[in-house]
Write a protein that binds this ligand. Structure first.
Ligand code: SF4
Length: 351
């Protein structure tokens, strides 16, 4: 059957499909929808880097191997100039997007964050500061006694235009309380993105699955971001990844529902369920290169970034490096045409 239009599925119908539909059926539907949303055989990628300005964090997420408590001898916080040196080195590698993130630091002032944005734009024209996940934004608000609007407007005024989607994990209150009780209280991830979209930012929506959630929690998450997208149309893409257990307090096996094909099922289902999202991202990075190549057949139109300076996954011993040539080769191996994009999914160059 050739899919000619997207359909909106309810929570109940979606849950039934997510749990019970054969993977091959989901794949065929998802690929048909991809052809509507992103016609042709092109898979995009971005040349980016993912440095961290601090590992000091007050959130104590159970799944995190990266952070150090305030006062730890292993904690670090880079100066603005040190961050600029890292960005400068990456500029030479062709990077166009810098995904800068850090822990929830208890006392960095707003001027530090806006300086990072301003200096990046001033010193490196052509590089987009794709900085600060939602938990960092509301941490800035708390530490500096500002509203979310004030923080986001200050970053906007400094020149920032996009936000990464990290820190959402699973947008289910039950799961949040279990795995990151100090983070995302009062629906803060959603409130940050809604406020950011109203200020004018575009952002991505992410999901970390495979810790302690059920399929119902996955649906709660997907429905929440779909509803916000209906209101703001501010999300550019949906990006899922699996929880990495090594070196975290939450070391355990994946839940039973999330077997080896869970990643493909989530991608394909997301392409079907998120009818108001333009882009779904598979990745060579978080699931490994072989799974990444296979994932391209499940409704995906984007392969993520080069992520030259990644530290957070690396702290769980999940170390995965690549080059621009290798990304293009992986995309071609899946029988697609690689194309470099910018943060907003505009095509820079087809290969
Ligand atoms: S995931 Fe982020 S917020 Fe949670 S402990 Fe790690 S650095 Fe802090």
């Amino acid at each position: 059957m050739k899919i000619t239009e997207t359909t909106r599925y309810s929570f109940e119908d979606g849950l039934d499909m997510f749990v019970n539909a054969p993977l091959e059926e989901l794949q065929a539907m998802a690929d048909g929808i991809r052809q509507i949303k992103n016609p042709g055989n092109r898979i995009t990628f971005v040349i980016d880097t993912n440095p961290n300005y601090t590992n000091v964090c007050t959130a104590d997420c159970l799944f995190c191997a990266f952070y150090r408590k305030p006062g730890s001898s292993e904690g670090y916080t880079l100066s603005v100039d040190e961050v600029m040196n890292i960005i400068g080195k990456n500029k030479e590698l062709g990077v166009t997007t810098v995904l800068l993130q850090g822990g929830l630091h208890p006392d960095l002032d707003m001027e530090f964050y806006t300086s990072l944005v301003r200096e990046t734009i001033k010193r490196f024209p052509g590089i987009n500061p794709h900085f600060f996940s939602a938990p960092e934004i509301y941490n800035m608000a708390e530490v500096n006694d500002l509203s979310l609007e004030d923080v986001l407007q200050a970053l906007w005024d400094a020149g920032q235009r996009t936000l990464p989607g990290g820190g959402a994990e699973i947008l289910s209150e039950k799961i949040r309380k279990k795995i990151s009780p100090k983070k995302n209280k009062d629906n803060l991830w959603m409130r940050v993105h809604e406020t950011a979209h109203k200020v004018g930012f575009k952002s991505t929506a992410t999901m970390m699955y495979g810790s302690v959630e059920t399929p119902e929690d996955i649906l709660i998450h997907l429905l929440a971001i779909r509803e916000l997208q209906d209101i703001t149309n501010g999300f550019t893409a949906f990006i899922p990844w699996s929880y990495k257990k090594t070196n975290t307090p939450l070391e355990k096996k994946m839940p039973e529902w999330a077997g080896e094909t869970a990643y493909y099922r989530i991608l394909a289902f997301a392409r079907i369920f998120l009818d108001n999202f333009d882009h779904i991202q598979g990745t060579w990075f978080s699931e490994g290169k072989d799974v990444g190549i296979q994932s391209l057949a499940y409704g995906v139109d984007d392969f993520g970034g080069t992520l030259f300076d990644e530290n957070v996954h690396a702290a769980t011993t999940h170390i995965n490096k690549t080059t621009i040539d290798e990304i293009c080769d992986m995309i071609r191996e899946g029988n697609y045409i690689p194309a470099q994009r910018d943060t907003l999914y505009n095509i820079i160059e087809s290969y």
